[in-house]
Write a new protein. Sequence first.
Length: 530
Amino acid sequence: MTRHQFHRLSAGNISAFVTALLLLATPLHSAEAQSTTNTAVGKPAAKLTAAQLQADFVVFKHAYQDMHPGLYRYNTRRQMDANFRQLQSQLNHDLSLSGAYIAFAQFLAKIECGHSYPNFFNQPKSTAEALLQNPDRVPFLFRWLGRRMIVTRNLSKDPRLVPGTEVLAINGTPAGKILDTLMTVSRADGSNEAKRRENLEIHGTSRYEAFDIYFPMFFPVREKALSLKVKPPQQGKLDLQVEALTYDQRLAPYKAQIEALRGDKPVWELQFLDDRTACLRMPSWAVFNSKWDWQGFLDLAFEQMAQKNVRTLVIDLRGNEGGSDIGNAILSKLIKTDLHAAGQLLRWVRYRKAPKDLKPYLDTWDWSFLDWGDYARDLKDGFSRMTKFDDDAAGDVIKASPHPFAGKTFVIVDASNSSATFQFDKTVKQNHLATLVGQTTGGNQRGINGGAFFFLNLPNSKIETDLPLVGFFPPGFRPALGKSFQMSVPDAGIDPDIFVKPAIEDIQHGVDSEMKAVLQLASAGTDQEK
C-alpha cells in the first residue's frame, strides 16, 4: 500500500491536524489528452502549447498564492514571487506532459511542504497512463545510505545484483547525480533532507514510488535497457545489462500487501519473538479504506501480550508515513493516567471563502472547506485563526486504558514518519512513553500544513496538485503574510533516543540493523532487572 495519499479528516484531537497519505483515491478526471509517442519507450506524452500552460499557470498561482497557508513558512514573499516567475518562464514554451509535470513538481518542492505535490494517486487516468505506468522501472529495491544507492532486493534475472550491492551509475549517470536531480522534486517539510532522500528510495510496498515516477522523466529509459555500473560486496566494479520492469512486473511480488488495505485482511502483524518479547509491525495507518477491524486487532494484541506476560514491546513504524487516527489508540494502552497533550498546535487559514473562480478546478471530500464562515472571522495580515474543532476538548486528552501495558516499549522510527506517525513519535518522546530507535523522523517540529485539502485540477495539462488548506503553528505565534516564519522551534524532525546507522554488511546478510539494536537494548535491560 502506498504511503502518499489522503485521509479524510474529521476530528480535532491531538493528531487531527495531520493528513494521511495513503488512500487509494479515485481519479478526479477521466478526459483523455491527445498524445504522441515520446522517444522514450512506452511513454506517450501530451504535447502542451505555451498558451495552454500559461492558462494552467494562472489557475495554479491563484490557488496557491491565495489559499496555501504555508507558502511563506520557509520562504519570504520576495522568494516566492521569484519562484512563481521562474515557473511562469518554464511554462512559456511548448512542453510534453512530463516536462510540465516536472515544472510544477519542482515549484511545489520549493514551498517545503510535505503535503504539496502532484500526487501520484490523485492523477486522472490519462495522466497516470501516460506518466506513471510505463515499462521503465529499475529491477531492484534499494535505500540510500547517505549518497550511496544500496540494493536491498534483486528483482532482475542477473544473480550478481545481490543485496548489499552498491549501484554506482545507471545508464552512465552517477548515482549521486541522480539523487541530486531528483531531490529537486522530492517533498518534505522545511529542511528535513532525510525525508526528501527517503522519498526517493524504492521499498516495493506501494503502487507508485517517487523514484519510479521521476527517474525516467529526467533520465529516459530507452528500449527497456538499463546499463548498471555496480560494486557487489567484497568484489570489484562490474558492468551489468538488465531489463527494466513493467508497472505490473514491479507490483506482482507485493500485490497482496498493496491491496490489503482495500479489503478485510489484517494490515498489521503481531509477532512473539520469544516468550517475553513482542513486535507489532505497522507499515501503514491508512486503514480508513479498509473493512478490517483495526481497533479490535489492537485490543486483542494487548490482551495476548498481557496473557503471555510480555515484558518488551517493539512497535515498528518504519515506512509508515501516517494515516488514520491510530496513534492515540496506541498511546492509551501505554499510559497509566490520562495524558494531556502538550504544545497543541493552532490552526491558521489564508481565506474565509475560497475564490469563486477557482471552484471549477477544485475537488475535495468536504465542500464546507469552500467557506469557513464564522470559524475564520478575523482575517488580518493575510491569515485568520481557524477555530473549527477548537471546542473539541476531548481532543486534548488521551484516556488511559484500565489495563495499560506494563513492560518496556521501543518504537522503531525513520524518515518516513512525517504525518500521523510523526505526531505519535513526538508525543512518545515528550512524555517518555517509549524509547525511539532508528533514524530522525520526517515531518517538522515547526508544524505542517494539512487537515483539509483541495485537489487542484489544472484545466489543460490535467495535472492534479494537492493543496493543503490549514497551517499548524505553535500557540502564541501569529503568522504574517509575506514574512518567512523565524521561530526558536527547530526546523527538523524528531531525533530518536538511540540512533542506528544501517550497515551495508547487515543489508548484505539480511540482518535488521534497527531490530538488532532494539533486542540488544531489551536484553541489557533484562539483565539489569535480574
